[in-house]
Design a protein around this ligand. Structure first.
Ligand code: PAF
Length: 282
């Protein structure tokens, strides 16, 4: 596995590989890799000749009050697991190289970024879209793999690529869970032992909604109350940031379940803000 940290080098190397007729799949990450990331690398390997993994904690997607400085980091672990997973190039640029001090250009999809996580993190997706565009420009991937755990992120990136005719295919990959159902996330590292034991109740709450929807409960408000009741009962110390039933593509909130919809949630537990989602249908 090649480890590249300069923009010039990654650009030149990827250009050379493309000239040789090789296809490239990119897995963008912020490091502290877990089995969810490895499943993206596995998918990337199936799709293309060359797998590039980027490991970059992107400062522009964190607001000043957020966890940029505390974001978990273990470069040696990341290098070892990416190599074992069959990565060809690991790109790990320093923040100073990715952004000029007077960086002034942003990529935004405001319509899709205003709800769900966008309410508490209004500048987050602008940072994500901008860094992902920069990575696409540097690496020129044919495919890019993103996890469905960050459902809003995946939907926004698909729309950005469609609207701006970016020559890359976005591949959404299934959410990977711990054995007890907790959605894998680098931020699970923030949980204490006690919080970690309770966190799978978020998934259980979503499964409850799914079941109730199948049994005929189609009102969003009632489904939200069911989820809130479950969380209150099983994790009293948690605080729900949001629970929303939205259209799968437009992310527009739905009052009533028609055919199918995504229910997305964010729950604060201790120092962590945990995301999860589920597809529900009648
Ligand atoms: O999902 C993430 O880890 C990040 O938002 C991404 C896509 C790597 C952009 O920094």
């Amino acid at each position: 596995m090649e480890i590249i940290s300069t923009l010039e080098e990654v650009k030149a190397r990827c250009k050379e590989l493309k000239k040789q007729g090789k296809s490239i799949a990119l897995v963008p990450t912020m490091g502290f890799l877990h089995a969810g990331h490895l499943s993206l690398i596995e998918k990337a390997r199936q799709l293309a000749d060359i797998v590039v993994v980027s490991r970059f904690v992107n400062p522009t997607q964190f607001a000043p009050n957020e966890d940029l400085d505390a974001y978990p980091n273990d470069p040696n672990h990341d290098r070892s697991v990416t190599e074992k997973a069959g990565t060809d190039i690991l790109f790990e640029p320093p923040a100073s190289a990715m952004y000029h001090a007077d960086h002034a250009t942003w990529v935004e999809v405001p319509e899709l970024a205003k709800g769900l996580c966008g309410v508490t993190r209004p500048t987050h997706f602008r940072g994500v879209c901008t860094v992902v565009t920069k990575l696409f420009n540097l690496i020129q991937p044919d495919f890019a793999c993103f996890g469905e755990k960050d459902y809003q992120q995946l939907t926004i990136i698909r729309r950005m690529v469609r609207d701006l005719n970016m020559p890359v295919e976005i591949v959404g990959c299934p959410l990977v869970r711990e054995e007890d159902g907790l959605a894998m996330s680098s931020r699970n590292a923030y949980l204490t032992k006690e919080e970690r034991a309770l966190a799978p109740q978020i998934r259980k709450g979503l499964l409850l909604l799914q079941e109730k929807a199948k049994q005929g409960e189609h009102s969003a408000e009632n489904l939200y109350s069911l989820f809130a009741g479950h969380i209150q009962k099983t994790i009293p110390s948690a605080r729900i940031d949001y629970v929303r039933m939205v259209d799968k593509d437009s992310l527009e909130p739905l009052e009533t379940l028609k055919d199918s919809a995504v229910v997305a949630v964010a729950v604060y537990l201790g120092k962590a803000r945990l995301l999860d989602n589920i597809l529900i249908s009648r």
